[in-house]
Design a protein around this ligand. Structure first.
Ligand code: SF4
Length: 257
C-alpha cells in the first residue's frame, strides 16, 4: 500500500487547492485513509474528468479520519518527543501542547482550546499531522530558509506571499509592535542579528519559526522586508506544506486576523 508520502510525491506539491483540499499533504492523507480518490488531483497521471470535482467539506472529512487514527496511538508514549504532556479528561487521555502561545488539547474526539471550544478544522489537521510525525529527536539549532529543503521551489513563493510580505507590509514602520506581538505568543528576541527585529517564535514545541525583519527606509525608498527561517531539522517534525501553514498561521496571529 502506498504511504502518504508516496502519494504526496505524485502531486504537484504547490497546494493549488484544485482537489478541494487546502494542501497536497492533506489530500495525500485523505487518499491514504480512503476518504478521497487519488484522481481528485488532476496533476496525478491517469486522473479522470469524472472525479475532478472538489469534495464536499473535505477538511471536516479529513479531520474525522485523522481522529480515528489517533485511537491507535499511545499519547503518553509520544508526549515527550512532541514537547507536550498528557492529562485525563472527560474525553479520555488527551495530549496537551503549546500552539501559538496557548494550550491546546488533542484527543481522538476533538481538538480544543482551554475554554473547551473546538479549534478550526485546518488547525486540527495541522496538530494531528504533528502528532503523527511523532517528534523524533531534537532540533538542530541551525536556521535555514525554506529553499534549503528539497522540492521547495514553488513553496517559497507561497511563503513569501502569505507570510513574509504580509508581515512586512503590516508592520512596516512599526518594528516595536512586531516584536511585542511576537513576544505575546512566546517569541524570544535574538540580539546578535543584522535585522532590525529578529525573533524566534515557537508555533509548536518542536516547530519554531524565526522572523528576520528589516524595516522600511523611506529616504532610500526601500520597503520593509521579512525572511522566515526554519530549523534545519524541521522536516523531521512536519511535512513542508504544514510548515508553510504554521508560518501563515503565525502571520495571521501576530497581525490579529
Ligand atoms: S493534491 Fe490538490 S493541492 Fe496538491 S497539486 Fe493536486 S490538486 Fe493541487
Amino acid at each position: 500500500m502506498e504511504t502518504v508520502f508516496d502519494i504526496l510525491k505524485q502531486t504537484r506539491k504547490d497546494n493549488c487547492g484544485k482537489c478541494g483540499y487546502p494542501t497536497c499533504m492533506a489530500f495525500a492523507a485523505a487518499v491514504h485513509t480512503g476518504g478521497c480518490p487519488k484522481s481528485a488531483c488532476p496533476f496525478i497521471e491517469g486522473a479522470s474528468d469524472e472525479v475532478r470535482k472538489p469534495m464536499i467539506d473535505p477538511d471536516t472529512a479529513l479531520a474525522r479520519q485523522l481522529k480515528e487514527k489517533v485511537k491507535e496511538i499511545d499519547l503518553s508514549d509520544r508526549a515527550e518527543g512532541l514537547g507536550g504532556w498528557v492529562v485525563e479528561t472527560e474525553y479520555g487521555q488527551v495530549l496537551c501542547l503549546r500552539y501559538l502561545g496557548r494550550d491546546v488539547f488533542i484527543s481522538s474526539k476533538k481538538v480544543f482550546a482551554e475554554d473547551g471550544s473546538e479549534l478550526e478544522t485546518r488547525d486540527q489537521i495541522l496538530l494531528y499531522n504533528y502528532l503523527f510525525f511523532g517528534g523524533k529527536g531534537d532540533l538542530s539549532g541551525d536556521w535555514v530558509g525554506l529553499e534549503s529543503f528539497p522540492n521547495s521551489i514553488s513553496k517559497v513563493v507561497t511563503l513569501k506571499r502569505y507570510t513574509e510580505d504580509k508581515i512586512a507590509s503590516h508592520f512596516s514602520g512599526r518594528a516595536g509592535e512586531l516584536l511585542s506581538a511576537c513576544k505575546e505568543i512566546g517569541g524570544v528576541e535574538v540580539k546578535e542579528c543584522s535585522a532590525d527585529v529578529c525573533v524566534t517564535i515557537p508555533v509548536l514545541p518542536k516547530v519554531l519559526v524565526r522572523i528576520n525583519f528589516w524595516d522600511e527606509d523611506r529616504e532610500d525608498g526601500f520597503p520593509a522586508e521579512v525572511k522566515a527561517l526554519f530549523d534545519r531539522r524541521a522536516l523531521d517534525f512536519l511535512d513542508i506544506e504544514s510548515l508553510i501553514f504554521c508560518a501563515e498561521r503565525l502571520a495571521e496571529t501576530i497581525i490579529g486576523e
